[in-house]
Design a protein around this ligand. Structure first.
Ligand SMILES: [Zn+2]
Length: 118
């Protein structure tokens, strides 16, 4: 048994058949694409990244670090209050969703929950 084929959208004929990714109606010759629900190539829903106090962050924003962040290889880490310019939002990597360059540290990933929009 196969699933019932859809009626022809053009003439409502019921003797449609499937031809690879198309349905074909032999009565009127109408062809239409078989629906492919698994084919979900749409862009992800707008990624909303919020800072420590709930402001929505955007690419290019300037933020301030709200609490000091430990950095491997640095005795002090990034101090609270450090200003970071021109951030870039990314798909979270281990919870880090802000890509930025910190003066004196270079490029790094931060958590949006540890910064505040300047
Ligand atoms: Zn038809």
């Amino acid at each position: 048994m196969v699933d019932a084929l859809p009626l022809c959208p053009s003439c409502s004929g019921e003797h449609t058949y499937e031809m690879s990714t198309l349905y074909v109606c032999p009565l009127c010759g109408f062809e239409w694409a078989a629906s492919t629900p698994s084919d979900n190539e749409t862009a992800p829903q707008g990624l909303v990244v919020k800072d420590a106090v709930g402001n929505v962050l955007a690419d290019g924003d300037t933020v301030v670090v709200t609490s000091s962040i430990k950095v491997k290889g640095s005795p002090q880490g990034i101090k609270a209050g450090t200003k970071i310019r021109n951030i870039r939002l990314i798909d979270p990597v281990n919870g880090h969703d802000v890509d930025c360059k910190v003066d004196g540290f270079g490029a790094m990933l931060l958590k949006s929950s540890l910064v505040k929009k300047a």
